[in-house]
Design a protein around this ligand. Structure first.
Ligand code: CA
Length: 522
């Protein structure tokens, strides 16, 4: 705790000292500028800007109609920003800020992944997990869903990842050609925007660990299962071997994701400086249907007061994630935010895939973010009809509300894979049919579950244990229209008393389902 307080106390100083200022070193790339032109700016207006600054175009972003420029000798970033302020045809110009990933792997690793199914094996609180095992009883991931890992790359040869790494069917490796004509040369498993080539192999380790959490191959008797047992991981490298990257690379990476039609990206990197260009790119990705999961950052501070980007941008397709530990606490050193951080997920001593066929543990909001991305992937696979903001709403509505997260995150809760993926959360907006409250709930001997049918028809009401096993059928017949209810006496199909715990009542009607959580307390 003392370390977290010390970090929180130090951060404002660090933050201030990193702000761009004349004559001081600043966290952006020297001699480089991001320029967003107004829609009406023609070629001549753009060329005039380049000429005045002695600049050449390094990269053009079609996603947001902006450019990354290399400034001529003798023109500083500060001078260039100043000279373009208020210029007709230029919407804004900003430095190419630095971003980074944090977290160092540990050498030791734990025998079990407490985060997926916490039985207290690492000294933690049983149940302080994301209920992945229950979700897996029903669904383990869509093998065709592309997930963009915007990070340090991926060791795509790792035995626990190789089956779940995307391979571009139209690209011939290492021939120096853009065989499939998508604008990127030799992008076989993704692209390396940090170094400008088609090989996003991970020379750091962070991205490989994130990838293993999202979709390490499950049920293959080796290593660790990811949240998704199958998926198409696309390696989008924007961070170099030393853990640092740039806004330019991040925008380029997101543009690539949109080009590939990716609907879900994991973004476990943090910048301390606000970039309008990155926000524009995220909003353009939203328009393309892409969900953007982002890490709150590791500093023990409050993002509401001291924002970290991209997590702190206000956008309907961003999910901002902090980290919880295995004894139901906010992780030491994790940033939080009552309005700017959406939910918590496990992020302490997480074992995952490490380059060169190894496994290590790592802690941080990066790891927590990967869990949320994995659960978003499960939810998208089960509910392909939902938009990115709807998936976000579903994952946020599905959290387990925890007292220790009160006023720490927007939802006051921790990720729940089962509810987000399988159960119908919230009122009938998703299912179109009504399963009302159960009363009493929690209950000791019996509870009555209300429901409402729009017209007469065949309905089922079943009760499932938290592990996905069906324990009772309360109705399986034609029922009338309107509000009504059924009772569950806490007995299974063999009339034996069920153990205390969490159960799910599920109404099925004309192919639609709605679920309600029940808590039995003997
Ligand atoms: Ca290509």
């Amino acid at each position: 705790m003392s370390r977290s307080i010390a970090l929180a106390a130090l951060l404002p100083l660090v933050f201030c000292s990193l702000l761009p200022a004349r004559g001081e070193s600043a966290p952006y790339v020297p001699g480089r500028l991001l320029v967003k032109f107004r829609p009406g700016a023609d070629g001549a207006a753009r060329a005039a800007v380049a000429t005045e600054l002695g600049a050449t175009t390094l990269r053009r972003f079609t996603l947001i109609d902006a450019e990354c420029m290399k400034l001529g000798a003798g023109v500083s970033v500060e001078q260039a920003v100043e000279r373009l302020r208020g210029r007709p045809g230029v919407e804004y110009a900003e430095p190419d800020y630095e971003l980074r990933v944090e977290g160092a792997p540990n050498d030791e690793w734990f025998p079990y992944l407490w985060s997926l199914d916490n039985t207290g094996q690492t000294g933690g609180t049983p149940g302080a997990d994301i209920h992945a095992v229950q979700a897996w009883d029903v669904f383990t991931g869509d093998p065709h869903l592309k997930i963009g890992v915007i990070d340090t790359g991926i060791d795509y040869t790792h035995p626990d990842l190789v089956a779940n790494v995307w391979t571009n069917p139209g690209e011939i490796p290492d021939n120096g050609l853009d065989d499939d004509g998508n604008g990127y040369v030799d992008d076989v498993h993704g692209y390396d925007f940090a170094n400008g080539d088609g090989d996003p192999f991970d020379d750091h380790s962070h991205g490989t660990m994130v990838a293993g959490i999202i979709a390490g191959k499950g049920d293959n008797l080796i290593g660790v299962p990811g949240v998704c047992w199958q998926a198409q991981l696309v390696a989008i490298k924007v961070i170099t071997y030393n853990g640092y990257g740039t806004i330019d690379a991040a925008i380029a990476g997101l543009e690539y994701a949109v080009t590939l039609g990716i609907k879900l990206t994991n973004n476990s990197y943090v910048a301390q400086s606000y970039s309008q260009a990155l926000l524009d790119a995220i909003n353009a990705a939203r328009a393309a249907g892409c969900l953007f999961v982002a890490a709150a950052g590791n500093g023990g501070s409050n993002n509401d007061q001291d924002p970290r980007y991209p997590a702190s941008y206000n956008s309907a397709n961003i999910i901002a994630v902090t980290s919880s530990d295995n004894v139901d606490g906010v992780a030491l050193g994790a940033n939080y935010g009552p309005t700017s951080v959406d939910l918590a997920a496990p992020g302490v001593d997480i074992i995952s895939t490490f380059p060169d066929s190894m496994y290590r543990t790592m802690s941080g909001t990066s790891m927590a973010t990967a869990y949320v991305t994995g659960v978003c992937a499960l939810a998208m696979g089960q509910h392909p009809e939902l938009t990115a903001p709807e998936i976000k709403g579903r994952v946020l509505a599905a959290v387990d509300v925890e007292p220790y997260l009160t006023r720490k995150v927007l939802t006051n809760g921790r990720l729940n894979a089962f509810t987000a993926t399988v159960a119908d959360v919230g009122p009938e907006t998703i299912s179109g049919i009504a399963l009302g409250r159960a009363f009493p709930n929690p209950f000791v001997e019996r509870t009555r579950i209300a429901f409402d049918l729009p017209h007469p028809g065949h309905a089922t009401i079943e009760v499932f244990a938290a592990n996905g096993r069906r324990v009772a059928v309360l109705a399986d017949r034609v029922l009338g229209a309107g509000p009504q209810s059924v009772e569950w006496d806490g007995l299974d199909a063999g009339r034996r008393p069920c153990a205390s715990g969490v159960y799910w009542a599920r109404l099925g009607f004309e192919g639609r389902r709605a679920s309600r959580r029940l808590v039995l307390m003997r």
